[in-house]
Design a protein around this ligand. Sequence first.
Ligand SMILES: Nc1nc2c(ncn2[C@@H]2O[C@H](COP(=O)(O)OP(=O)(O)OP(=O)(O)O)[C@@H](O)[C@H]2O)c(=O)[nH]1
Ligand SMILES: [Mg+2]
Length: 709
Amino acid sequence: MHFLQVRCTDPSVCLICLFERAVGFEEAKQIVAYVKKLIVRTVQLLMIALERTLRIKIVLFKKTERGFHMPCKSIGIFAHVDAGKTTLSEQLLVHSGRIREAGSVDRGTAHTDDLPVERRRGISVKATCVSFEWKGTDIQLIDTPGHTDFSAEIERSLWALDAAVLLVDAVQGVQPQTEILFRTLRDQKLPFLLFFNKTDRPEANPERVLDQIRRRLTKKVCPLWDPERMAEYVCGTTDDLTARYLEGDRIEPEEIREQLKHLVFTGEAYPALCGSALKDIGIPELLDAMLTYLPGPESSEKELSGVAFAVSNDRTLGRGVWVRLFGGKLENRMPLDIRAGTDRLTGEPVFVQQKISQIRNAAGRDTGALCAGEVGTVYGLGNLEIGHVFGNPDLLPRKVQPGSLKTPLIMIRIIPEKQNEIHKLREACAVLSSEDPLLHAGYNSATGEMILQIMGKVQLEIIQEMMDTRFGLKVSFGEPAVIYRETIREHARGFVAYTMPKPCWAILEFELEPGPRGSGITYTSKVSPRDILPRYQHQVEQALQQALSQGRLGWQVTDLKITLTGGNYHPVHTHPLDFIVATPMGIQDGLRRGGSVLLEPILEMRLIVPSDMTGRMISDVQQMRGEVIHTETDGETVTITALVPAASSLDYPIRFASETGGRGSMSTSIHGYRECPETGHTMARRGVDPLDTANYILAARNALESEIY
Ligand SMILES: Nc1nc2c(ncn2[C@@H]2O[C@H](COP(=O)(O)OP(=O)(O)OP(=O)(O)O)[C@@H](O)[C@H]2O)c(=O)[nH]1
Ligand SMILES: [Mg+2]
């Protein structure tokens, strides 16, 4: 007998194989893996048999550092506004036994619409996480808002998920936001299934919706309510199954389920179910499908990796941050390095150490720890920002990149009713900005104005209401204005010799070239580290962001290729911050020489209207300085895709609703920026112009004084 010990990576399974013949290590490893698989399969079959005969449910707990606990999955619910996400979340909570009676959106009692403003309006504004257990799995459910003004919430929820359910209204069919969400989930490689809701309504027609999805979104949809078609779809995906299916072999339902599970994971299939959240139809089937087909986390228990994706405000506990952990563990009193800004000298991020004071799991229980795979709220981390990554960012399944789904295109002045409340307003805006970084709340000290960047009108109404209820501030808004950008017209050089008033020395020469649309900013240096020391070159690179935040027209500069072509430092005269002061002067000099081009945001607009309105819609698009790029008709309706400047279409949604009498739907997404023929849209400069040299140097030195001068 030959003994060969093979280490098992899973400490909860102990397996020793005794071989009757000589085996190599590799072969032994393969055999052990095979045996392990067989045992797991046998145990599974045994469990199923036991469950059936004894009519019990066996739950396998996973062993982790914290002891045994239930496997978990984090699942998001997405849909066009009003498709029934919140109503469905209620129903899932009821079926799991988590709550006795379903709350109602219409009566303002839904659990996941817990903000006063959500309850009053019957619309979800924030993503909310709840948790419940279904057949031995802890499901952490995130109910997201449907309105596009809250796309930032939708995007942040995606960071925290393992899988999703995309709801489709079985009466309305595929709506504009359904398409956007479908593409987003698919592109982010998030496995998901579809649920056709509101089948209780007489006009509902799941087969029509299925057909619409096949035509407009994907052919890979697989209806679970029809086992015949489900088997046909699944068997068509592998040669082996196709052959067996065509020969009429019996294929076990278990085999079909396993294959479908694999297809969902790889984005090769989207199972579809139907039912009614309001009338409680098809809910256990949906729960089972979530369990069977949607994957759980691939979490590692060793290395810390997680992301802060939402903020909640508890009356007694204060500000809590929702965290999804993909690896490692967070514990009470654990010190964490939280980013608190950037070092002006080195350009490196500055961290402060803060301690977690309390951790609650998704069910709101004080657990003292958060383990890999779990979602929970963490308290005591001060103003920890949304999007903060704990530990290793490479272990996160999705990139944390705010603004990739939708960016704000409108800015607006927010005005306190009482003039002396501007300070209070600034504080309130800072709080809201830490919860939604895309608000970019900015105070212009020269004009005394507070400016917000926003997605749309509904968001504005919600901000107004929150200012009142949360912060006791009555506010109004100025005229909305489009957020333009600018770029350079032609190739130019920018030069600065910052040698006066002494003591200082920083000489820089830049070459600025227009880049292709959408290319953003690219920067390279051709200067030797002997002429400008690496630490000063690093400062130049860090100072660029600030230098480009307003160009000669006052807008963010983009589509620009910058090369540092010359310059030098002085071993005696150069002060540590001289290159930070000098960079904006050199850049602005180049921008002035090259001339400015105003860029305006262009929207891709999709209008779905009855066919007889085609002419009218095309003339609307032309009136808005837009161009139709695609039309498609299915006889009854026409889908028009057009590129339209945001500036000329700000009030179009209201006009569209009245023109179509509610028979049409429209959606917009950002297409990009392009040259604006209407020049003259400049923005007042914030702070002193770097080309106003004497004043600028004085102001810049004053601002940096505390740090160095
Ligand atoms: N008939 C019918 N009505 C439903 C169903 N599900 C939801 N509703 C109704 O549809 C409306 C919107 O429901 P919500 O659950 O708030 O929809 P939502 O998708 O969460 O909406 P937002 O979060 O605002 O995007 C409410 O009036 C619900 O009562 C359903 O299955 N059948
Ligand atoms: Mg909702």
